[in-house]
Design a binder for this molecule. Structure first.
Ligand code: F6R
Length: 244
């Protein structure tokens, strides 16, 4: 696992965005695994800038997202489909039909079946990840067992509280999400995990400062992947005691 420490959050976006752009430059038909939440906003801004400068063409790219809230329609401002359209897809030339965000509405089993069938036919060249305060990646929450494949996950209290900032109040945060499984993430050729902010310290400490894999911090499974880059900013690195 490679760890990169940046001076600020903007630089996280530049480096992660540059890595994703490079994959597309080398392989114009690449499949990108994408994430939502606050962390990737700087990454997508950097990809949009590269596109506007004419450095990258997304016209043959496919994308698949990690997860979606259950119960939110695609036009709900907090749905992950809405997030992806407004923060990335509407600003680059990826055809909308090449982008997949799992459906959060309709029969749950059918949604999972459709997500699994897409993932069975997809190989992700580069996967972007954020990390939850409790160590979740996608919505694979800490627990006795971790799921291999796409599934419905009940969000932990910590995740609901953390995501309440996007909603009018905590009660409005969906309690369940449809999520890629750990195996789906681990099958990507390359993985980038980005984090900043003191609230991620425990999760990042477990990921980069401890050698073990712990189901109570699902991100630690990434230690078993051959090509993972963790990008954090200096304040977070200092907080967890990481020196490069
Ligand atoms: C979002 C996702 C989540 C987030 C995580 C961190 O698609 O899969 O795992 O990456 O909850 O969210 P932020 O970046 O908002 O702190």
């Amino acid at each position: 696992m490679r760890v990169i420490v940046t001076s600020n959050n903007e630089e996280i976006g530049e480096i992660a965005g540059g890595m994703i752009t490079k994959v597309v430059q080398d392989k114009p038909t690449a499949t990108l695994g994408l994430a939502t939440g606050s962390s990737p906003e700087v990454v997508y801004a950097s990809m949009i800038r590269a596109y506007e400068r004419g450095e990258v063409d997304f016209s043959q790219v496919h994308t698949v997202n990690l997860d979606e809230y259950l119960g939110l329609t695609p036009d709900h401002p907090q749905s992950y489909r809405y997030f992806m359209d407004s923060h990335l897809f509407n600003h680059i030339n990826v055809p909308k039909e090449n982008t997949f965000v799992a459906s959060g509405v309709g029969d749950e089993e059918e949604c999972v079946k459709e997500f699994r069938s897409i993932l069975n036919r997809t190989h992700v060249d580069i996967q972007l990840l954020g990390i939850g305060e409790d160590g979740h990646i996608a919505f694979n929450e800490p627990g006795q067992v971790l799921h291999n494949n796409a599934h419905v996950e009940s969000l932990t209290e910590s995740t609901i509280a953390a995501n309440a900032r996007f909603f009018a109040n905590e009660d409005e945060v969906p309690k369940k999400a449809i999520s890629m499984g750990m195996g789906d993430i681990m099958r990507a050729s390359k993985i980038i995990l980005i984090a900043s902010g003191y609230k991620k310290a425990d999760a990042i400490r477990g990921l980069i400062m401890d050698e073990n894999v712990d189901v109570q911090n699902p991100s630690t499974m990434l230690k078993m992947h051959p090509d993972v880059t963790v990008i954090i900013d200096r304040p977070l690195a200092d907080l967890v005691g990481y020196t490069d």
